[in-house]
Write a protein that binds this ligand. Structure first.
Ligand code: WT7
Length: 641
């Protein structure tokens, strides 16, 4: 494998790292020329004059969709399958690069016909589908900025994003199919728009996925197939500056309000392409499958852009790993001869559990010999899950690339490279060549290997976040705190191994949870709870470790009424979980809600979350509680379980 790999061995990796450290901008310029076709070649590489607002390749122009589609057709990949789509019910359809280009052009023309212009924002609220990818590519083609909202977010969350982006158009579907169930999408858009404040939206384009009953607003709603059918299948790409925003993607931070992470066109595409090719060691005959949803950054970089930018064939899957049963992934890998498979630890852990009691669901029952490389993303992978994945899915022969990155980094940052990096279960090993990662203390001093501290990236990189939409100050203060001297603060704790220098990620250092690889802000859930003004007086949300989902959400709630017990408590907890489902989405529903007369507070009124974390874990409180105003409350909280 090492002989044929793009980065063929540790010496090749070391040479790249040395090249990047000797001439940082020269290194990235070479990659940018190799992986992206520029309309106007750039002459500037990195502009740091307005740090931390960095600009990459700023005088170059390009079009992302041209790079992903036209360029592949021109390179002779017109008849190559770009996407193998497998629907929830198992039906399979395929599109070639030529077809994907034609469909993207029709959709781009349809957007233009609806008055969407360069720089306008388009919200995409779609199921996993070829149409979803086409909608993203169509925006890129005309220079519109997409903001994909995960289909599991509620009407209220969708509305917040429509308002913040001032979107002029929403692309959605009548319904989405997941695990044999039809779930509403168009109805959620209707509800979001009815809640008000979304006056910029002129059009709702509706992809007919199921044909299920939906309401219709004449003059506003249009069928996607009708709007695209009448359009020509060519569309001149809009050439944009490298810094032109390609997309906004909302993610949780440590305050109640999600942040609209803004990404660029040029730098983003450069790094999406090079990481897709090197991290997965992707070759022309590979079949790549990333199981993420296009609603998350992984689905942006490793479905909608990276694989297409390197001309790969990829599987796109509509459904869920456990339907019709927990062997779905193995069956699909076998059927589509998947060679590179990229999924999340939470999925692996749930499939391990499922296979424990049912031999017929075990990957050993399937022919998975097509697999060559496995990937993991979204949260730390525990060594036991790593070993199982390696032995039973990868047959002991496939390297696992444990890729650490974030919505903000745009692309993988710390990861092994197949054939170049000796693997250690549970470690994302070393920086991607050209990434300057380090572990520092709170004052910004680099720590010796073996000591845990803050993970930072010391030099700007091409696919980095450009700003938080409409909130430059929050961008600067969240990611570039002054004490770190200009380094990017990732928000994760981490440590480097004493001997190898390998990185191991501990987890978030802020009030952000990782539940099944989904990022959730505790403040966001608290705000949602206290927004239930009739019931809730006060709430605090913490995470606790969970065997399957990594972390689980645990909420402590003080009601306006007397503290409920027994059945009344169960009923109210169910009511609040439903409320959160409506305010944010089902992914934010707490696993556990405990009611109390009060929360543990200092005399100055500060809630002591570390105590709540111990209570949630079921630990005995050993910390000093002398600063507590109301120590007796701890017994009540522990009992409330
Ligand atoms: C947070 C970012 C990256 C795409 C999906 C998540 C955690 C991510 C790993 C990994 C340990 C990981 C971090 C990070 N994380 N990958 N391989 N090992 N932790 O993107 O929603 O922006 O979340 O996910 O805590 O900060 P995201």
């Amino acid at each position: 494998m090492a002989r044929h790999a793009h980065v063929a061995g540790r010496a090749a990796y070391d040479a790249l790292v040395a090249g990047a450290s000797a001439d940082y901008t020269g290194y990235w310029a070479r990659i940018a020329r190799k992986f992206v076709e520029w309309k106007t070649p750039f002459t500037q590489v990195l502009d740091e004059s307005d740090a931390p607002f960095f600009r990459w390749f700023a005088d170059g122009t390009l079009n992302v969709s041209h790079n992903c589609l036209d360029r592949q057709v021109a390179a002779g990949r017109g008849d190559k399958v770009a996407i193998v789509f497998e629907a929830d019910d198992g039906q399979v359809s395929r599109v070639t690069y030529s077809e994907l280009l034609a469909r993207t052009c029709r959709a781009a023309n349809a957007l233009k016909a609806q008055g969407v212009k360069k720089g306008d924002r388009v919200v995409i609220y779609m199921p996993m589908s070829i149409e979803g990818v086409v909608a993203m590519q169509a925006c890129a083609r005309i220079g519109a900025v997409h903001a994909v909202v995960f289909g599991g977010f509620s009407a209220q969350a969708l509305r917040d994003r429509i308002i913040d982006t001032e979107a002029v158009l929403v692309v959605t579907a009548d319904q989405q199919l997941r695990g044999g169930r039809a779930l509403p999408l168009k109805a959620m858009v209707d509800e979001a728009l009815a809640l008000g404040g979304c006056q910029a939206v002129r059009t709702v384009l509706v992809y007919r996925r199921t044909g299920g009953e939906i309401d219709w607003v004449d003059g506003r709603d249009a069928w996607l197939h009708e709007a695209t059918e009448r359009e020509p299948d060519t569309c001149e790409p809009e050439w944009v500056d490298a810094e032109h925003p390609l997309f906004l993607l909302y993610t949780s931070g440590s305050t109640g309000k999600p942040k609209g992470v803004q990404h660029s066109s040029g730098g983003y595409l450069v790094q999406a392409a090079v990481t897709t090719q090197w991290t997965f060691d992707l070759h022309d005959d590979d079949v790549f499958w990333c199981t993420a949803d296009i609603g998350w950054v992984t689905g942006h970089t490793y479905i909608a852009y990276g694989p297409l930018a390197v001309g790969a064939t990829q599987v796109v899957f509509e459904g869920i790993p456990t339907y019709p049963d927990a062997a779905r992934f193995w069956r699909m890998i076998e059927a589509h001869r998947v060679s590179v498979f990229y999924t999340a630890p939470t999925a692996i852990r749930s499939l391990i559990k499922a296979a424990e009691g049912r031999g017929d669901l075990h990957p050993a029952r399937f022919d998975l010999h097509s697999l060559r490389v496995l990937g993991s993303v979204g949260e730390p992978i525990n060594p036991a899950a790593w070993e199982w994945y390696h032995a039973h899915v990868g047959g002991g022969r496939c390297p696992i690339v444990d890729t650490w990155w974030q919505t903000e980094t745009g692309a993988q940052m710390l990861t092994p490279l197949p054939g170049a990096t000796t693997l250690v279960p549970g470690s994302c090993t070393l920086p991607f060549p050209g990434i300057d990662a380090a572990i520092v203390d709170e004052a910004g001093h680099e720590l010796p290997n073996g000591q845990s501290g803050l993970l930072v990236i010391r030099k700007p990189w091409p696919s980095m976040i450009r700003t938080i939409w409409k909130d430059k100050a929050r961008y600067a203060s969240s990611y570039f705190p002054p004490e770190l001297g200009g380094a990017y603060l990732a928000g994760d704790g981490a440590m480097r191994d004493v001997d190898t220098g390998y990185f191991t990620i501990g987890g978030r250092i802020d009030d952000v949870l990782n539940v099944s690889g989904h990022r959730m802000g505790t403040m966001e859930i608290e705000s949602a709870l206290v927004a239930c003004t009739e019931l809730v007086a006060e709430a605090a949300v913490v995470g606790r470790p969970d065997d399957t989902t990594g972390e689980a959400i645990c909420a402590f709630v003080v009601l306006k009424q007397e503290r409920p017990t027994g059945e009344a408590a169960a009923r109210l907890a169910a009511e609040l979980r439903q409320w959160i489902g409506r305010e944010i989405g089902p992914i934010a529903k707490p696993k556990e809600i405990r009611f109390a007369d009060n929360l543990p507070k200092t005399r100055s009124g500060k809630i002591l979350r570390r105590l709540l974390r111990s209570v949630a874990k079921g630990e005995a409180i050993t910390q000093d509680v002398s600063t507590l105003e109301n120590p007796a409350i701890l017994d009540q909280l522990a009992e409330a379980h």
